[in-house]
Design a protein around this ligand. Structure first.
Ligand code: KIV
Ligand code: NA
Length: 263
């Protein structure tokens, strides 16, 4: 795979070719995912759940994320490295800029932040300083306690219109990528069609420009209740490398997500 940059993702969007994204937390799995041709690796704060065993992403610290970013950065190969800002990084502009700076120094190439239209100022200041931003909308796990659980967002037309408008506002502020989590497939399509920038979906239907999953879900090792949008690719593969390749190929061929994975 040629080195993936923001331009690559934009070219994929323009060509109508979906790209694949996967979380990664350490060097070995990052290398395997990169070798499989996964375009984007995300050091997600989901590490709080899948690595640390917490019930949410809130306890994850900046130091935790920086540690895993350094591990993944050493083995990311040609993949683009996206990294999550932890809970409360967006408390003030100072913390936002400081934390994003730490992530970039640790090896991030694209920083992901949760937040709605009010994040526009922060996103503007980050992009001004050379920090590309992915804005995460829809189900935002850092606000799970306010949302009252991990629930599909934008089912009613008012909230759906709000999510689309917020996405527009954040792109106008400088966001290079939008990520939509757990929204109806119709909204995933509408946002992707409305925006010039690439839109990555998780539980957002088949029509977003890219797809992302948590690595542990792709490998079928996550315990507990399985969300509708995940697929265990290990079930039909004889190795982890092949499970990653199969996931990538299924995204590229638009075989994943299938209707049973969508809202
Ligand atoms: O932390 C994470 O893994 C994420 C993805 C689920 C999008 O934010
Ligand atoms: Na996250």
């Amino acid at each position: 795979m040629k080195t993936v940059t923001l331009s690559t993702l934009k070219a994929c969007k323009q060509a109508g070719e979906p790209f694949s994204c996967l979380t990664a937390y350490d060097a070995t799995f990052a290398r395997s995912a990169s070798d499989a041709g996964i375009e984007v690796l995300l050091v997600g704060d989901s590490l709080g759940m899948v690595l640390q065993g917490h019930a949410s992403t809130l306890p994850v610290t900046l130091d935790d994320i920086c540690y895993h970013t350094r591990c993944v950065a050493r083995a990311k190969g040609a993949s683009l490295l996206m990294v999550d800002l932890p809970f409360m990084s967006n408390a003030t502009l100072d913390t936002l800029l400081n934390d994003a700076g730490e992530l970039m120094r640790a090896g991030a190439e694209l920083v992901k932040v949760e937040g709605e239209a009010w994040m526009a100022d922060g996103i503007r200041e980050l992009t001004r300083r050379g920090v590309p931003v992915c804005a995460h909308l829809g189900l935002t796990p850092q606000t799970v306690y306010q949302l009252g659980g991990y629930k599909v967002q934008g089912r009613d037309s008012e909230r759906a219109a709000q999510i689309l408008e917020d996405a527009r506002t954040l792109v106008d502020a400088g966001a290079s990528v939008i990520l939509l989590e757990c929204v109806p497939a119709s909204l995933g399509r509408a946002v992707s069609e409305a925006l010039e920038v690439p839109v990555i979906g998780i539980g957002a239907g088949p029509d977003t420009d890219g797809q992302i999953l948590v690595m542990h879900d792709v490998l079928g090792v996550t315990g507990g209740r399985k969300p509708r949008f995940v697929k265990d690719f290990m079930a039909e593969s004889d190795s982890i490398q092949n499970a990653f390749s199969r996931y990538r190929d299924d995204v590229k061929a638009r075989r994943f997500p299938a209707p049973e994975h969508c809202f």
